[in-house]
Design a protein around this ligand. Structure first.
Ligand code: SF4
Length: 278
């Protein structure tokens, strides 16, 4: 079995930066540090981080005074930041700079009086944070239909995207927004790491018979990558090598392997080794 592992598979620079920051902070402070929610959506990596002294906090208000709390790569809203700053704890900001840039765009356009349309998953931490920056002018949309269904009184519109959205969906939403609001400001804020990952899939599809997408079912960007892959080739999605089934690879010559932004390299390598053995 031939294997091609996508160059863009696995940690993006924002996740790698957050993980390194967490490990360094835990190492420097010589005690357990906490993350505000799940640092990354991958149980294997969170378990490894626990061994390094990094634990997820479900409720930072209950942390002992003097504890250190890491703000995750997805970022948080200004309201949540103010709440955390009111606690007797130390904060370390691991917000991805690409997310921070979108936050500032949302703030700037909301301050100009525009309605900020955010293409994104309504329950995702990044989108919840962006809504906070857009103040009461933010609206989350997930489809062209949502644009058509916006209230009639909306006129001054700006469109941004969650950093990990599908480029094709953003294109469709842009068309719908410009059809209804020809003067709208369109800001394609899908990050470069996501663009590269999605773009590389299209190239790999010409070289492979099948895709394996590696990542957690809790990882929105992995699931989106899997959807795009399935639109190009027969695709299996696994969280680890143990989930692979040999029967899925009968008559397959070349397998393309990619992975979500929160999938650690060692899991990708284990998957590649197992596929190679079929
Ligand atoms: S996917 Fe993009 S925006 Fe999100 S953490 Fe990675 S580099 Fe940053």
């Amino acid at each position: 079995m031939n294997i091609i592992i996508a160059k863009s598979a696995g940690f993006c620079w924002g996740v790698r930066r957050a993980v390194e920051k967490a490990r360094k902070t835990a190492n420097d402070s010589k005690c357990t540090i906490f993350t505000d929610g799940s640092l990354i959506h991958n149980a294997h990596m969170m378990k490894m981080l626990e061994e390094d002294g990094v634990r997820q906090s479900a409720d930072p208000a209950t942390l002992p005074p003097g504890s250190t709390l890491l703000i995750r790569a997805h970022g948080i809203s200004p309201e949540r930041l103010a709440m955390l700053q009111s606690l007797p704890i130390n904060l370390v900001d691991a917000t991805c700079p690409d997310v921070a840039r979108i936050q500032q765009m949302a703030l700037e356009h909301a301050d100009k009086g525009e309605t900020v349309l955010i293409l994104g998953d309504p329950d995702h931490a990044e989108v919840i944070g962006l809504l906070g920056f857009a103040k009461d002018r933010g609206r989350v949309i997930t489809s062209p239909h949502d644009v058509e269904a916006l209230p009639a009184e909306i006129s001054n519109v700006c469109l941004v995207s969650q950093s990990t959205q599908s480029m094709e969906l953003f294109r469709q939403i842009t068309q719908a927004v410009l059809k209804r609001f020809p003067e709208a400001t369109i800001l394609n804020t899908i990050c470069n790491a996501t663009r590269n990952r999605q773009g590389e899939l299209e190239k790999l599809a010409t070289l492979c018979d099948k895709f394996v997408v590696v990542g957690s079912s809790a990882s929105a960007n992995t699931q989106r990558l899997a959807q795009i892959a399935a639109g190009l080739l027969d695709t299996v999605v696994v969280d680890s090598a143990a989930e692979l089934k040999e029967s899925d690879f009968e008559n397959v010559e070349t397998v393309g392997i990619t992975a979500g932004a929160s999938t650690p390299d060692f899991i990708i390598e284990q998957v590649a080794e197992r596929v190679k053995s079929f």
